[in-house]
Design a protein around this ligand. Sequence first.
Ligand code: HEC
Length: 186
Amino acid sequence: MGGYKEYKIGVIMFLLIFGIAVFMTIGVGGVYLASVPATQLALEKQVMYGTSAWSVRDPLMKGWNTPQIEKRGKMIPNPVGVGKKIFIREGCWHCHTLLPEQSADWEYFGAPPLAGDFVGEAPTVVGSDRKAPDLMHVGSRMPSIPWHLQHHKDPRSVAPKSIMQSFDFLSTDELKSLAAYMVSLK
Ligand code: HEC
């Protein structure tokens, strides 16, 4: 019959296996990721997005803390980085991934990213559950800003059977930033 001793061995085995799993995931994973060099794309993303979406300086996720660029003599937050924050804020990632899967997917949605493409990016928006087309290279398929503006305002006016909701409640500036972010994905 199982007694106290067996019970103790069970608990020790559980903690040991759990400990190894945590160590492999966080310890070994962390050391590996820290050794991955940033790709050119990762460096470009750091310049466009900044390194963090959430910040006390930007509680509404409007992209105020995004790195600035010059436009017509004025400094403004980079629209591409602002667009990424709106993408996160509005939950576009509930339906869209930015991670073509290792399958026939690649032929249509394009090549998957490299680990080094994410160095310094927090958070990433790879998504996990796809109900809609992958967007990793959407800017190559659909390079038109006016198309994205129209699609975000009224998806069914350009894709009649779309289940995507309308984002016409966003301001014109926000819609433009979102479109700039979409077109930058290639
Ligand atoms: C309820 C799920 C859902 C949400 C949320 C959603 N989409 Fe979509 N999206 C779709 C579906 C379905 C399609 C394919 C049909 C179409 O083109 O509308 C699509 C298509 C797209 C396309 C065209 C991609 C292609 O290859 O044709 C873009 C760009 C896009 N969505 C951007 C966005 C952005 C930006 C947001 C957030 C502001 C968003 N989507 C939120 C479901 C969604």
